[in-house]
Design a protein around this ligand. Structure first.
Ligand SMILES: C[S@@+](CC[C@H](N)C(=O)[O-])C[C@H]1O[C@@H](n2cnc3c(N)ncnc32)[C@H](O)[C@@H]1O
Length: 360
């Protein structure tokens, strides 16, 4: 012990000063989230877009109908958000960045729907209070997530709507905008490899059928079925394109040549994923007959940088909000094997998402 203590190197004065600045950063990161939420709620991205893509502070204050006395405060918020990459700034104007392009009302850029609902859900009182309870949660012997432990409901629980319809609507919008984003990129980058030649497909937890309709539009020969909970399916109007089935994926998945399960498994524990995938496997024929499960989900990689940081933040978000987690390729491989699959291929990594073909 003493020998170990002698080897401790005390940080230099300069390092401690840097450490203090880092401590402020880590304690106050939530101010970035709150400033981000504030700009989104005020409608700053859409306003910059409607002003031609560049706006000065006086332009913004006028267009947003803010009291002129708030201009210096808005400057401080915008400076922080420009430093964080949400907006770009030169001496007098603010412009959109890829982040703020994702937050425009009525503008879906390259099939990415407006991501405002995600910002509002992630920065909602429900999520923040659950995250604030993490240390208490660690000391309790409970299996429920901090969110469920605090609020008494899970994210997909029907009783959330009864308890608080407003926040239930925020979460439903957030899930829809999150899950529907980026699928056109998947179709473009690996649609042929995934869907060419398929006769039928079940989208397990396919929500309102947005993904299934995009598949049928690109591959009209595929007969698509969407499975989701009754509370979701009961509110989806028949469209004559997709067959909607209300059910529970833990009990059975409608049979098809392939099952798609997109951005679902990261919400569930390893044990639950094995149960869900086992039901998916029951729904498909053998590999020789073209049977496969298409898993699209986050794959944590070992690199560093903003995408990796986003993957780790999403991992802790899953810990706080659900019993799920984000997984690296080895974790996914173990789950596929435990669920009885013989082989898999990671076809593509698109941003943080991985696209897998998993074979029975
Ligand atoms: C994260 S969303 C996935 C949406 C969809 N896969 C997409 O990419 O657009 C989760 C969906 O799972 C559904 N769900 C949750 N539990 C389910 C269950 N036991 N059986 C069927 N669907 C379920 C929810 O209603 C919700 O629509």
């Amino acid at each position: 012990m003493a020998a170990e203590a002698q080897q401790l190197t005390v940080p230099t004065e300069a390092e401690l000063l840097q450490g203090q600045a880092d401590l402020w950063r880590h304690s106050l990161y939530y101010m970035t989230s709150m400033a981000f939420q504030c700009a989104v709620k005020l409608g700053v991205p859409t306003t910059i877009h409607s002003l031609g893509g560049a706006a000065s502070l006086p332009d913004l204050v006028a267009a947003l109908s803010l009291p002129p006395a708030k201009l210096p405060y808005l400057r401080r918020i915008m400076r922080l958000l420009a430093t964080s990459g949400v907006f770009a700034a030169d001496v007098v104007t603010y412009r959109l960045t890829p982040v703020s392009w994702l937050l425009l009302d009525s503008v879906a850029v390259d099939g990415h729907p407006n991501q405002t609902p995600i910002v509002l859900a992630a920065t909602s009182r429900h999520c923040i209070e659950a995250a604030m309870g993490l240390s208490d949660w660690f000391q309790k012997d409970v299996v429920a997530s901090p969110f469920e432990d605090l609020h008494g409901v899970t994210l997909f629980d029907g009783s959330m709507a009864e308890q608080d319809p407003e926040i239930d609507a925020v979460f439903n919008d957030a899930l829809a905008s999150h899950d529907n984003s980026g699928f056109l990129t998947v179709l473009r980058e690996c649609g042929g490899a995934l869907f060419q030649g398929l006769e039928s497909l079940t989208d397990c937890c396919g929500g309102d059928g947005t993904t299934a309709r995009a598949v049928v539009e690109a591959f009209p020969q595929i007969k698509c079925t969407v499975l989701d909970l009754p509370k979701v399916i009961d509110n989806v109007p028949a469209d004559g394109v997709v067959n909607y089935v209300a059910g529970d994926m833990f009990k059975s998945v409608p049979p098809a040549q392939a099952v798609l399960i997109k951005l679902v498994l990261h919400h569930w524990s390893d044990e639950d994923c094995v149960k869900i995938l086992a039901q998916c496997k029951k729904a498909i024929p053998s590999r020789e007959e073209g049977g496969k499960v298409i898993v699209i989900d986050i794959v944590v990689d070992s690199s560093s940088g903003p995408t990796h940081e986003a993957e780790l933040l999403m991992d802790v978000a899953m810990m706080v909000m659900t019993n799920g987690r984000q997984r690296d390729e080895t974790d996914w491989s173990e789950i596929f094997t435990k669920a009885g699959f013989s082989d898999y291929k990671l076809l593509k990594k698109l941003g943080a998402r991985g696209v897998f073909d998993v074979y029975p």
